[in-house]
Design a protein around this ligand. Sequence first.
Ligand code: ADP
Ligand code: AMP
Length: 206
Amino acid sequence: MKLIFLGPPGAGKGTQAERIAERYEIAHISTGDMLRSEIRNATPLGAAAKAYIDRGELVPDDVIIGMVEKRIQAADCKNGFLLDGFPRTTAQADSLGKLTDIDAVVDIEVPFERLVARICGRRMCPDCGAAYHVSYHTADTCDRCGAKLYQRDDDREETVQNRLVVYEAKTAPLIAYYEERDTLIKIDGDQAIDSVTDSIVKGLSK
Ligand code: ADP
Ligand code: AMP
């Protein structure tokens, strides 16, 4: 099974992707996580990406496409994969279409006015990548591995506004793009986390 999760920053793609990838035993590929890992490891790719991420801009297509092309050939993708945060532009979608077929595209929809609070309240585990929200997780450590949680630099309000503008301009057009080409499943992401998961599983089983 090969899936794409679309949706604005803060829609819950990472939260749901983790659950769905585990359920269907497919690889969870988050381009944002991959880039943050490159930055942590101080690689040339990480250095090139950091300035874009810090400004809330997209990393250039050729960098991202090369990274994903290599990643989907890895052994853990033999059962399939779930792309979280990719593609984000029409050029990325066109390149992906040349590399592989996709079984379904899940678009997680959340009212725009909810997104800033979701993103600014997000806290991440540096070790396992789990995301929490300050509204329901008051401890500053990860439930799973005990690591101290941190706030992503690009989750501060100054950067978030630009990320939402960039999403509208560059990524939202992919909803119509996939509606014309593939199976697009629209999910109401403005429900409790477990209910969103149930809706996705129901949508995929059809
Ligand atoms: P994305 O990967 O789309 O940017 P995340 O999965 O990281 O989004 O979720 C963004 C924030 O919103 C996190 O703090 C997460 O805990 C929280 N969140 C995710 N899903 C929901 C939900 N259904 N209701 C409320 N908060 C949620
Ligand atoms: P995310 O973790 O998905 O919120 O992504 C964090 C940041 O990484 C984005 O704001 C972009 O700067 C960069 N990024 C992640 N995925 C992509 C992509 N597919 N294309 C371009 N930039 C990306």
